[in-house]
Write a protein that binds this ligand. Sequence first.
Ligand SMILES: Nc1ncnc2c1ncn2[C@@H]1O[C@H](COP(=O)(O)O)[C@@H](OP(=O)(O)O)[C@H]1O
Ligand SMILES: [Mg+2]
Ligand SMILES: [Mg+2]
Ligand SMILES: [Mg+2]
Length: 355
Amino acid sequence: MSLKFTAEEQVAVAAVRRACVLTSSVFNKLVKNETLVKGDKSPVTVGDYSAQAVVNTILGRAFPDDPIVGEEDAADLRIESGTVLKNRIVELANEALTSELGIGEKAEWGLGPGQSRTPDELLDAIDRGTYGGGRTGRMWTLDPIDGTKGFLRGEQYAVCLALIVDAQVELGVIGCPNLPVDALKPDGPRGCIFIAVRGHGAKQLTMSGADPKPLKIPSFSDDNLNFLESVEAAHSSHSFNNRVAQILGIKRAPTQMDSQAKYCSLARGDGGVYLRMPTGVGYKEKIWDHAPGSVLIEEAGGIITDSRGEPLDFGLGRTLGENYGFIAAGKDVHAKVLAAVKQAKEEEAKSKGNL
Ligand SMILES: Nc1ncnc2c1ncn2[C@@H]1O[C@H](COP(=O)(O)O)[C@@H](OP(=O)(O)O)[C@H]1O
Ligand SMILES: [Mg+2]
Ligand SMILES: [Mg+2]
Ligand SMILES: [Mg+2]
């Protein structure tokens, strides 16, 4: 275990693990009216809200002065029409906070049997996530369920938490309840936690904390290189990826997967490149969708930049600013993907008559 951010790592892993237990059990019980459509038309479920309540409650007890940039807020739960949803979230969050996980974590990260939180306390915990972010200071960023669409399909999703200090991601923890422990055994055991501490490497554990494996992105030959990309065509351009793959002479089909499980898969070599190019103008990528994944890639020996080769800037607030897309890959692969991306962008601009 690293000496840097040791307490933060323990608390973050405990919080993510409790949230993963919760989301796995919610999936099996989810009923139709337990999903809302947000203002930006994206879905949010009782799982997203209650996972944010659980993680923020645990962070709030351990580090009461740390602000949190979380994806969700409780506004829709504070109005009359949100009462049924709110009651369900309170029930689920308290169950997750007070249950005995029996997997070796220190009891104090959860709550004692009689210490259930009131509805107001849990809504306030969700709203601890409304911090605006910024260039200086210490803050957490949380995506309680990343890949909500994958979660609803019973496919990949991730509980993602990162600690950012002065705009640098120092710690990233990603829980992937549905990810096979070994990609070569897709029908084998599932559920992994990925942890990275800046300057101290990256590792994978099973969901119960067993079997730690250090992560290092392997090198790829041109024959076995492949892309990791979103399932959702609205989130990143599949056609652009196809063109880049063509330029690079990649023969293997892309692996489509929801959530930051893509960063995890890249970190352990299940895929060679994660390319995420915007599908249009206007959408700004969010820090919680990339902070934990970015430190994981860097600590596994890889590089992550935008499509101009610039580093991601986590100091701009809740978003990453103008969206130039992202390229994450091992050190040897990144440079040639960046060159191919630049070529594909020039072709695109020419075909639109912009050059
Ligand atoms: N138009 C868009 N472009 C890029 N990302 C988008 C997007 N609309 C939503 N997203 C983000 O894409 C994330 C999922 O990424 P992926 O496609 O890699 O699974 C979503 O996270 P949530 O599921 O947490 O809302 C959401 O933040
Ligand atoms: Mg969302
Ligand atoms: Mg997300
Ligand atoms: Mg989310």
